[in-house]
Design a binder for this molecule. Structure first.
Ligand code: ATP
Ligand code: MG
Length: 309
């Protein structure tokens, strides 16, 4: 990594996308007073093109390790097929479904996992949630804004692919961790995500994790192929976060058990995830909350980008 991600300062206006603030934003600018600055959590979307690349495994593992240094909440944004609660060993009674339907408050829905981080569980097997309405997305953005105002890091575990709600969450986040595998099919799908997101926001910032690597160093080779294609075809510079080895111990974890990073910190994957955390801190300004105004926070970015999807 070249450190350029670190040097790039948060750009509140840029965070609104290439089309800027939009007509209404500009029209109302003159009517508003000076926006009030406040602190907001750094949001990190965990995304992939192909399904099953290990997003939920990594999101839950990262949440456990990161929470030791920063107050972190994991939000299961796999609308309709959520599973993070199983990987964290918790049994929630309420989910995002009740939250977005205004049947529960965020504090009623949040669960604290035995390993520390809190989880905003998603709904599983609920068809309505798999295809959230515009009203749902606005309610979701508002809840994320509320959480961001009081936490240090928000990890957003997404479903695979480029469904509108998934792309919107990537556009709303400060950073996108793209999880891929060394195989060509996974790299091609990862490139497709970069292309779609970069077309909507040329300032989107991608960090790449290559998971299930069979030999050390294969991850970086795969990353080089991906970043070269992304640079040539969409002019996007990707940043390498690291690789995670393929390890049967991950598959052998039973649902409902505690994550491997907690039960076996010396396992090869646990050590690799710790390296990812160290690098995240290094690349993302130490993951300290950042100053935002009413137009550059996560809720505002959701609202703005939603208009262009
Ligand atoms: N490093 C690894 N070594 C071995 N198995 C792994 C590794 N990472 C993930 N897996 C396994 O791959 C499968 C898919 O992982 P996971 O559910 O985290 O993927 P996902 O990207 O969240 O999937 P989806 O796209 O369906 O949300 C799981 O069975 C998991 O145990
Ligand atoms: Mg998943």
């Amino acid at each position: 990594m070249d450190g350029s991600a670190q040097q790039r300062q948060p750009d509140p206006k840029g965070a609104l996308g290439p089309r800027g603030k939009g007509l209404f934003g500009r029209l109302f600018d003159g009517l508003r007073g000076t926006p009030v600055a406040r602190q907001e959590a750094i949001s990190i979307a965990i995304a992939s093109g192909k399904g099953g690349t290990g997003k939920s495994f990594l999101a839950t593992s990262l949440a456990v390790l990161l929470h030791r240094q920063r107050r972190s909440v994991l939000v299961d944004c796999d609308f309709g097929l959520a599973a993070d609660h199983l990987l964290l060993g918790v049994k929630p009674t309420l989910t995002l479904q009740q939250l977005l339907a205004h049947q529960a408050t965020v504090d009623q829905v949040l669960v604290t996992s035995p390993c520390g981080p809190r989880l905003l569980p998603g709904a599983s097997g609920v068809r309505r949630m798999a295809n959230p309405s515009d009203k749902d997305l606005i309610a979701f953005a508002k809840e994320l804004g509320g959480l961001a105002a009081r936490e240090e890091v928000l990890l957003l575990d997404l479903g695979a692919g480029i469904a509108p709600a998934t792309v919107l969450t990537m556009l709303g986040a400060d950073w996108i961790v793209l999880v891929t595998q060394p195989e060509i099919a996974a790299l091609v799908d990862a490139y497709a995500v970069v292309k779609v997101v970069a077309q909507l926001n040329e300032r989107a910032r991608f960090l790449v994790v290559v998971n299930r690597v069979s030999q050390p160093g294969r991850g970086e080779l795969a990353f080089q192929r991906l970043t070269e294609v992304a640079r040539q075809h969409v002019g996007v510079q990707l940043h390498y976060l690291g690789e995670v080895p393929d390890d049967d111990a991950v598959m052998q974890q039973r649902l409902g058990q505690l994550p491997l990073v907690a039960t076996d910190p010396e396992a090869p994957t646990s050590r690799a995830v710790q390296r990812l955390v160290d690098r995240l801190l290094q690349l993302c300004g130490d993951l300290r909350p950042r100053s935002v105004d009413s137009e550059s926070g996560i809720e505002a970015r959701f609202r703005q980008h939603r208009l262009f999807l």
